[in-house]
Design a protein around this ligand. Sequence first.
Ligand SMILES: NC(=O)c1ccc[n+]([C@@H]2O[C@H](COP(=O)([O-])OP(=O)(O)OC[C@H]3O[C@@H](n4cnc5c(N)ncnc54)[C@H](O)[C@@H]3O)[C@@H](O)[C@H]2O)c1
Length: 319
Amino acid sequence: MRVLVTGGAGFIGSHCCEALTESGHEVVAFDCFTPFYDPALKHRNISEAIARSGGHLSLIKGDVLTPNDLARAFAAGPFDCVIHLAASVGVRPSTEQPAAYMRNNVEGTASLLAAMTAHACNRLVFASSSSVYGDTATAPFAEHEAADLPVSPYAASKRAAELLCHSWHALHGTDVFALRFFTVYGPRQRPEMAFHKFATAMARDEPITMYGDGSSSRDYTYVGDIASAVVTAAERARGFELINVGGDREISLSAVIELLGQALGTTPLIDRRARSAGDVRQTSADISRAQALLDYAPQKSLTAGLAEFAAWFAEHGVH
Ligand SMILES: NC(=O)c1ccc[n+]([C@@H]2O[C@H](COP(=O)([O-])OP(=O)(O)OC[C@H]3O[C@@H](n4cnc5c(N)ncnc54)[C@H](O)[C@@H]3O)[C@@H](O)[C@H]2O)c1
């Protein structure tokens, strides 16, 4: 297949580009290198992926919100599938800039869907998020939950984009698998995400800022497992489906900080702060739909995944 990956230079995007080329697909990454975190890190991500691709991955710099940029991207087609990862990310910053998040994540998705149809591309894998379940869903979260009570603009923007994708499926028959990723970690993790931020603090002998009492829990998913699910979804997407992609285990924040400390060979110092608005208390994935539709089964234990992250951090982390 020939595949367009928006957000291809990001954390998850660069791993997806690598997994796609390893599976024999031709890939074009599309990214505008937003300054949300240091664009040099994204250049490093995509350069590594291009170097490993044997000539099967290229990069187009462009913004999904700019029609001419999308036209340039589709001129590199035709594409059998688009994987849409480009987004404004992060729960907490979305509470400060709700309009910007809605514009990039909803309007950006609408522009991309229109460009796909204009260029006869009928298959989309959309990166959604476990945050759509809010604080009221029953654990483990299953896709039949209404997910209509988000608690952050980021979550609202992802749920809105899912609904938009459904409307496009109904109108144009576009095949869409919307994958709800549960907190993703591993090499190249975004620097403002918890494990990377905690590792940086530990490397500097600074305390880790822990919001809440440490009892909040997450279902962490290794980035390699996410990338495998994305590749299979790109190969199989048919109809419209919402699909959880989680790690199939849940762990408290305090326990995971302990494990991360062990992986990094250091003892974490904790600075406790009040729970942050917009953060959900728990995420926990029911992955039976992913098992049925994608033959998905997470391969990496948390201990093994944290060891991979620690090895990467030793080489690339900010010290
Ligand atoms: N990391 C997680 O734990 C997680 C969890 C759930 C969902 N997701 C979703 O997965 C996707 C990838 O997340 P990530 O963690 O790799 O983030 P990331 O910030 O590393 O990657 C996103 C990439 O998109 C690019 N981008 C943003 N807006 C763009 C635009 N308008 N046009 C072109 N490129 C644009 C950015 O430059 C960046 O390289 C996002 O859609 C995110 O919402 C991530």
